[in-house]
Structures are given as structure tokens and as C-alpha cells.
Design a binder for this molecule. Structure first.
Ligand code: HEM
Length: 459
């Protein structure tokens, strides 16, 4: 009550306990709970005794960009350690993170991602995705699963080519991909994080009710594949061969598995929500505009298609695959964020879902899917800096360029030749957002779409 945080708006319960927030987390509803609090209390909300959530650009810049990579991460990221090791994603402090990033970032730079061998690999996998969907019985495909397969094939291509997966057609690879993507360990992992002693004592009992994360097939795949020499020169593995003295064998495998996990659900679910939205009757006009742009510009490079760019940006704005808070600690000495003084070690964060919907000066009518907003010259710079789907600053997504190429290639392939509509069995609730540990997926874990061939001549 006497903490400097007592002046921050928020529900009374936040002054006394973290229990309500934890309850919402365990029930996969953290993002919508925090969003409701922002709607009620404004851009700065105390969500727990030692935790504050923000939505403004000033706060976002301070927390994630100050000093280059913003404030240090909290122990929440310990939950994502792999083989007991810290990866670039799970390194908490600035110095450790910068050291690891110097080794890895090169292979995710746009100039490397855009190399012909890299782009051709994505293109082949996108064509395979489309062939698979349109040859499904009645032209109806469950894109939720197939998009994960596509994303897995693309990321493993970038990590290991020519030893990547073929989840779209190979059942064993698909099963391995499921272990990484269909993760139902939310409750188990949160309990291990919040009550570690209890967890150690009762983990066997807990196992019956809440499964831990187990990925034996993916572990084997990565441990084996990351030892094969002679990978293609654009891959992360080839970078590891160049820098072989900097990381040991387990560290390299941990990074690879981490990038697989980071690249499957995010790109897969982001595309899933976007294709679902484009298929709705309310969005068919946007789908038509996209198809028109693609027909009028055959063979034009992906980065010169403004409507395609607008559709991808609007998809990521409305349905950010990581919609929830990215927690950081206020550094030593405390800081002022959005005009509130916060003592050191206060947990602060922004969540993309709220940043994208509540800054109405930048995104008017923020709940509405409207790609056209990205075509307006006015406010363009503000919109792009508030695009928080990949986070911002030095700890923003390293896989951003790869993810964007995957998304644009697939959208171009689909809407150049097909239109999509939802299957009649699908309901809006099926596609409600279900929070996982850090990302969010469609509640029903299925998304059935009809693929209708376009009559190109009548266009
Ligand atoms: C649409 C797709 C994607 C979205 C929306 C996305 C989003 C994000 C976000 C929000 C972060 C910051 C997380 C945090 O601070 O806690 C992040 C970090 C990261 N992402 Fe992505 N991501 C996507 C695809 C990918 C892909 C394809 C890869 C493959 C390598 C990848 C690898 C990573 C890694 C390694 C980090 C940690 C970066 C660091 O700490 O420096 N992501 N991503």
C-alpha cells in the first residue's frame, strides 16, 4: 500500500495479491484479462503488487528499446530453457544476450534470408502446402495443422538444409512437429515456475492432471541433425560450423530447437488467424483487392506489393501470434515510465494485443480488420513503430524477415489462384484466442477452409 506503485491505476486486488493474475494465466486468459484492465483503467495499469502493464509508445520505447535492447528479462524466461541451457531467447541480461546474438544474427539478416537458395526453399514448401490443401476432399482443408507443417518445413530448411523436415507429406516428420507445436504444458510449467518447491514434491501427482513439456522426437531430430556436416551456406548450421569454437554441441542443438519452437506456432498460427479473417464475408473485399494486386503484378518481388504488405501487417496487428506481456525488470536505481516512478525490480511489460488496439490515434477503430489503413501516407511511420507483433529493439524477433517471407509467399500463392471461405462446420468460437505460455492459438485447434479455384480469365 505504501509502495510507489500505489498511485498507479488498477483494481484493488492488484495491490494485495498476484493470485487473480495467476488464475487467469492458468486458465489461458491472461491477455484478455490485462486488456480488460486497460480498457477500464487506461494506458498504465497495476496488474499485481509488483507488476505494471503499459500501452503507450513512450513506455514501449523505454522498456524495450532504451540502451538498444531495453530492460533485462525476468525469470519467466527460465521456463523456456532447453537441455538445461540458456539460448539467445532465454538469456536474461544484456551482455550475455549481445554475445550470443553476434554469433546468430547474421543468418537471419534480410540479406541472407533473401538469398536465392533460401527463398526458393520457402517457395517450394509453399507450393507443396497449396497442392496439399486443394487436393483435400472437396477442396476443404484443415489449415491449422498444415500451416504448422509448412512453418516447420520452412524453419528447419533455414536451420539445416538439406536435412530439414517434410512435415506436409511425411507422417513421421509431422508427428515430430506436433510434439513441438501442440504443447499442452501450460498449467504444468506455470506451477513449476510459481511454486517450485511444491512442484518438486508433487510433480509425479501433477503429471496425472497437467502434463509437462516433452519433445523426445524433436530432441532426437535436432541432436542428430545438428551434427551432420556440410549444411547449405545460408543455414544457421553453417554459421555454427564457422563459429565452432564459440558454442558447444548442446548449446548449438538448444538454439536450433528453440528456433524451431519459435518459428512453428508463431508463423503457423499468425497465418491461420489471418486466412480465417480474410475468408469471412466481411473481408471478401480485402481478399479481392489482394487477388487483383497479385494478378496485375505477376513476377514482381514480394517487397514491391503494397497491398500484400498491408494485409500481412494488418493480420499481425489484429492477431499477433505472441499477443501477451513480454516481462522485463526495471533496472537498478528505478526508472520513470510513462510519468510513473517505478522502483528497481518492478516487473513491467507491454502486450501487443492491447498496444495494437488501444492507441486509437495511430490505429483508429482498432478492433476492426482493415488492411487499407496501412496504405495511408499519413501516420505511416507511427503505425510501423507501433507494430509490436515482433516486439521492438535489440531483443525483438530475430526471425522476423524469415517469417514475413513465409507469410507473403504463401498468401501470394493462395490468392493468385484461389479464393477461400470458411467451412460451414466452423464457428467463430472455434477461432477464439487461447493463450499458451507465451503465444496464443485458436481454441479448437482446427480451421477448416474451402479453397475455390479462381476463374483467372474473368478477373
Ligand atoms: C509471425 C511469426 C513470428 C512472430 C510474431 C514472432 C514474435 C516474436 C516476439 C514478440 C519476440 C520477442 C519475445 C520476447 O521478448 O519475449 C520474438 C523473439 C524471437 N523470435 Fe520470433 N516471431 C516469429 C517468428 C519467428 C521465427 C520464424 C523464428 C526463427 C528463428 C523466430 C525466432 C525468435 C527468436 C530466436 C527470438 C529471441 C530473440 C532475442 O531474444 O534476441 N521467430 N519473436
Amino acid at each position: 500500500l505504501r509502495s510507489p506503485l500505489s498511485k498507479i491505476p488498477g483494481p484493488t486486488v492488484s495491490k494485495f495479491t498476484t493470485l487473480v493474475l495467476k488464475w487467469k494465466e492458468i486458465h489461458a486468459q491472461r491477455t484478455t484479462y490485462v486488456h480488460q484492465l486497460h480498457l477500464q483503467y487506461g494506458p498504465v495499469v497495476r496488474i499485481a503488487p509488483n507488476e505494471v502493464s503499459f500501452t503507450s509508445w513512450e513506455a514501449l520505447k523505454e522498456i524495450y528499446c532504451s540502451g538498444g535492447s531495453g530492460y533485462d528479462k525476468t525469470e519467466f524466461y527460465d521456463l523456456f530453457k532447453i537441455y538445461g541451457r540458456r539460448t539467445m531467447f532465454t538469456t536474461l541480461d544484456k551482455a550475455g544476450h549481445a554475445k550470443r546474438k553476434r554469433i546468430l544474427a547474421d543468418r537471419y539478416a534480410n540479406s541472407n534470408v533473401m538469398k536465392s537458395a533460401s527463398v526458393t526453399g520457402v517457395q517450394e514448401r509453399s507450393s507443396k502446402f497449396l497442392r496439399h490443401c486443394v487436393s483435400s476432399p472437396g477442396g476443404v482443408a484443415d489449415i491449422f495443422v498444415t500451416l504448422h507443417a509448412y512453418a516447420c518445413d520452412c524453419i528447419t530448411h533455414h536451420l539445416f538444409h538439406p536435412h530439414g523436415t517434410d512435415c506436409i507429406t511425411n507422417k513421421d516428420d509431422e508427428e515430430m512437429m506436433h510434439q513441438v507445436a501442440a504443447d499442452d504444458s501450460l498449467q504444468n510449467r506455470l506451477i513449476s515456475h510459481y511454486v517450485p518447491t511444491l512442484y518438486r514434491l508433487f510433480s509425479k501427482v501433477l503429471y496425472i492432471f497437467a502434463k509437462p513439456r516433452e519433445t523426445p522426437l524433436a530432441d532426437d531430430f535436432v541432436l542428430e541433425t545438428s551434427q551432420i556436416s556440410g549444411p547449405a551456406s545460408f543455414t544457421l548450421m553453417s554459421r555454427f560450423e564457422e563459429k565452432s569454437s564459440d558454442l558447444d554441441y548442446i548449446d548449438k542443438a538448444a538454439e536450433c530447437l528453440d528456433h524451431m519452437a519459435a518459428g512453428i506456432d508463431t508463423t503457423g498460427d499468425g497465418l491461420c488467424f489471418l486466412l480465417w479473417e480474410l475468408s469471412q464475408p466481411r473481408s471478401l473485399g480485402f481478399q479481392r483487392k489482394l487477388a487483383d494486386e497479385l494478378h496485375q503484378n505477376p513476377g514482381i518481388p514480394l517487397d514491391r506489393l503494397p497491398y500484400l504488405d498491408a494485409v500481412v501487417n494488418e493480420g499481425l496487428r489484429c492477431f499477433p501470434p505472441i499477443p501477451m506481456s513480454l516481462p522485463r525488470y526495471v533496472p537498478q536505481g528505478g526508472r520513470s515510465v510513462d510519468n510513473f516512478w517505478l522502483p528497481e525490480q518492478t516487473i513491467v511489460s507491454c502486450q501487443a494485443y492491447s498496444v495494437h488496439r488501444l492507441n486509437s490515434d495511430v490505429f483508429p477503430d482498432g478492433d476492426r480488420f482493415n488492411p487499407d489503413r496501412w496504405l495511408e501516407q499519413d501516420g505511416d511511420a507511427d503505425r510501423r513503430r507501433m507494430q509490436f507483433a515482433f516486439s521492438n529493439g535489440g531483443r525483438g524477433c530475430v526471425g522476423k524477415h524469415l517469417a514475413i517471407i513465409e507469410m507473403k509467399t504463401l498468401l501470394r500463392d493462395i490468392y493468385s489462384s484461389y479464393s477461400t471461405t470458411p467451412h460451414k462446420s466452423m464457428k467463430a468460437e472455434d477461432m477464439a484466442m487461447s493463450d499458451q505460455l507465451i503465444s496464443s492459438r485458436p481454441l479448437s485447434q482446427k480451421c477448416l477452409l474451402h479453397f475455390h479455384p479462381l476463374d483467372v480469365n474473368s478477373q
